[in-house]
Design a protein around this ligand. Sequence first.
Ligand code: PGA
Length: 241
Amino acid sequence: MIIQPYDDGIALARALAVRVCAAIEERPHLVLGLPTGRTPLQFYEQLRGRSREQCADWSRVRTFNLDEFVAVAPGAAGRYRAYMQRELFDHVNLAPGHIGFLQGDAPDLDAECARYEQAIADAGGLDLIVLGIGTNGHIGFNEPGPSLEARTHRTRLLPPTRASNRALFDDRMEQVPAEALSMGMATILHARQVVLIATGATKVSAVAQLMTGPITTELPASFLQLHPDATVMVDAAASPR
Ligand code: PGA
């Protein structure tokens, strides 16, 4: 695992945008896993700010987002799909048919998870996935606990995770969904390259444990220690001393 420290979130976001754009240039059919949350906002801003000349053509890229809430109305601003439209999809020339997303309002959620897993496999697997990390060490919505799920699944969100998503739902906890669909640990770990990004002092403990602690289901991000090509990008505040 490689750690890359940056002075601040902007420098980190810029470096990540450069890396992703270079990956697209090298492989126009890149299959890219993407996160939501506060941490990647500056990264998406950097991507939006790049002209076509600066960032390779997205027309053949495929994306798969990590997770989505269960049972949030199609038009709701809190949906991760809505976040991605606002932050990235509306601003680059990704083909709508190349956007992979979990449907949290599908009639059969188990079938939806199986469909998603198959769609990623049919695309040839993820070439590169960008991940955030929860203060509790979750990646995607793989929450800490006595066991973890390998594949895309339905999951119950823990209180800290619901709290950190409150802003998406008018700051009202009762509106934050209790459940979500998420890529599983194997879905993530089978990506050829993994980049985890962490900014701010609230992440420093999770980052320290991820890098040097035991590999444990109680800190799902610790499994990245097993990945042959994992990079952890941190700003100064999230960087363990
Ligand atoms: P955050 O979420 O970027 O909003 O802190 C990260 C995560 O929960 O994966």
